[in-house]
Design a protein. Structure first.
Length: 604
């Protein structure tokens, strides 16, 4: 019993961390769909069947089985798939395609993350209109309350969420249980909805409705938004607890969707299906349920925010995104970080979405395209990986999943004209930054032309015996261990600034998520050593503590500063990005009083 207890606790925790988004989808999914088509038994069974099998195929099969079988040190996500796939690739074109897909995945995740808090919180607050005896609530009041909740949520991010996060799991346990039990009550009253478990009803509805059925897939996908969290958050709690939590969540989601369908057969003109169902069955508990739904949407929003922080940090540490200030907010959970610039930018985007779309019904017209794009990219990368691994069974299933994802994605393209262009514009911001930054860094590396180790050591030995040494130790930071940056060559070889102990420090990001190792490599020359720090791409290393642990106490820390001169508009944007982001030493919070920046002028 004792061995099972920790797994149960971790499964409950994962309900709060992983399943907030997908767990709040029942608030609006069927309401949105049946605002477009009439409520008939044929339509209800067809739509319910599509929802059931979307959850089975895109969540249970694609993520819980296929994706979660591919891990790297227990970690998952788009960047992990890229890192795992790259070693198999032999051509530059293949590596380019995988990189672009990974960059699009990161960007779609951000675009989806803007809409998630807006639609979740708005849909819950809209339940105010159904409180018995409540007068008409103007939409601007609903928007104002949603904005206040949103601002409060983003404002507490700096303080960290590890204390309140312990409440997320039990809260979502109550939420899912409530959904499941109330749904089951209506299923018992109208067991005909159980026919929706047969995929025939969904397939027949899809083909019989022709174009309308295909277009409705863009609304059906709302039931699976947040599925990516099963994979991207796997490293936080482990695969097994998330799988156990998903089994419970899946059963509850099936009950609530089938129960809502049964309620619709009895109340064909319901306009807010879940809330009216609760009001019909448990009117005396409606206000507590409304408060519970608001709390659940806050959990969903928090999961979205934390997910964006994590994926941006992975992009920073794998050097595809510019460095941003990062704060570590928990002494217990290594995944809990806070990125101020991302937090406030995301808040402004969410508030804009609330003001722009005004209601959850309008937001649903924009929601799903980015999520579908992320799912499609994940499916493509998984299929590619199973091909190289020669796993025939999973490859065959993955190919079918890709086709299904592409169908959902194409269906969602119609949303571009109804507001989804905003999610694409939101996604275009990180994508543009990634493309400009990575291109600029490659171009900068070519222009600066670092010296090879052998060439540098040869010139160092030639002049080092003829100049006086400065007392103490100096640290020089280099991005690569096999090449010497231009600023170090200028400092030592041109300006003849050499200390009694010159230490070149390189910080190398590993393709593993966690772990830190540090050691001296061979001595390059008299009074010239190289110190190598290897860190996992999810780690936030304390460089100063690592140096002190290795008995390195420097008098001065040198680092390179590039001053870029260019007339090219793209490189001008790159220059602005470089100026607005902290330098290497600022990112790792090295002591300012020992820093010495060496400027290198560059023409691009």
């Amino acid at each position: 019993m004792s061995s099972k207890y920790p797994q149960i606790v971790r499964a409950i925790k994962s309900l709060g961390i992983v399943f907030g988004d997908i767990g709040t989808s029942p608030i609006y999914t069927l309401t949105v769909i049946f605002s477009l088509i009439p409520v008939t038994q044929y339509n209800v069974l067809g739509v319910l069947s599509l929802i059931v099998w979307t959850l089975i195929l895109l969540v249970s099969v694609q993520y819980a089985w296929l994706a979660m079988s591919i891990t790297h040190k227990g970690e998952g996500g788009t960047i992990v798939l890229k890192e795992l796939l790259t070693p198999f690739l032999t051509t530059k074109f293949a590596k380019f395609i995988v990189s672009i897909l990974a960059f699009l995945g990161i960007s779609f995740f951000f675009g989806d993350g803007v809409i998630t808090p807006a639609i979740s919180i708005l849909s819950a607050v809209e339940g105010l209109a159904l409180i018995p005896g409540m007068p008409y609530v103007p939409q601007f009041i609903v928007m104002g309350l949603a904005a206040i909740i949103t601002i409060t949520l983003f404002s507490v991010q700096k303080r960290g969420t590890d204390k309140i996060a312990s409440l997320f799991g039990p809260l979502m346990l109550v939420w899912f249980t409530t959904l499941g039990v109330t749904g089951l009550w209506f299923i018992i009253k109208h067991p005909v909805v159980l026919n929706a478990l047969n995929p025939y009803y969904g397939i027949h509805f899809l083909f019989h409705s022709k174009l309308l059925g295909f277009l409705l897939l863009s609304k059906v996908i709302l039931c699976a938004t947040g599925a990516e969290a099963l994979y991207s958050d796997m490293g936080h709690l482990g695969r097994v607890p998330i799988i156990h939590a998903w089994i419970f969540a899946f059963v509850c989601l099936m009950c609530t969707y089938l129960g809502q369908g049964a309620f619709l057969l009895e109340n064909r003109y319901a306009q807010n299906v879940l809330f009216e169902m609760i009001l019909y069955k448990l009117s005396w508990l409606y206000i507590p349920f409304l408060l519970l739904s608001v709390a659940a949407t806050i959990v969903a929003s928090q999961a979205s925010i934390s997910g964006i922080f994590s994926i941006i940090y992975q992009a920073i540490t794998t050097r595809v995104f510019p460095r941003l200030y990062v704060e570590y907010t928990s002494s217990h959970f290594r995944s809990q970080i806070y990125i101020p610039s991302v937090n406030w930018f995301l808040l402004s985007c969410v508030l804009f979405a609330i003001v722009q779309f005004r209601s959850s019904l309008h937001l649903a017209s924009a929601y799903g395209l980015a999520a579908s794009g992320t799912m499609t990219i994940t499916a493509l990368l998984l299929t590619w990986l199973f091909l190289y691994k020669k796993d025939t069974l999973k490859l065959s299933v993955a190919c079918i999943i890709v086709i299904i994802n592409i169908a959902f994605f194409i269906s969602n393209l119609q949303k571009i004209v109804t507001g989804a262009y905003w999610s694409l514009l939101f996604a275009a911001i990180p994508l543009s930054i990634i493309l400009i930054y990575t291109s600029g860094q490659r171009r900068l590396s070519k222009v600066l032309r670092p010296l090879s180790i052998d060439e540098f050591v040869h010139e160092y030995n030639t002049i080092s015996s003829h100049i006086p040494y400065i007392p103490g130790a100096a640290i020089f930071f280099s991005r690569k261990s096999n090449a010497i940056p231009t600023y170090i060559a200028h400092t030592m070889l041109t300006n003849n600034i050499m200390y009694e102990d010159n230490i070149i420090v390189t910080v190398i990001t590993q393709d593993t998520p966690f772990g830190i190792t540090a050691s001296f490599k061979q001595e390059l020359a008299p009074r010239l050593r190289m110190f190598e720090i290897k860190v996992g791409y999810m780690e936030i290393p304390n460089i100063e503590n690592i140096l002190h642990a290795a008995d390195i106490h420097s008098k001065t820390i040198f680092y390179g500063v590039e001053e870029i001169s260019t007339s090219n508009i793209v490189w001008k944007i790159f220059t602005i990005i470089k100026k607005l982001t902290p330098s290497f030493v600022q990112f790792y919070k090295l002591p300012a009083y020992r820093l010495h920046g060496v400027m290198v002028r560059v023409r691009m």
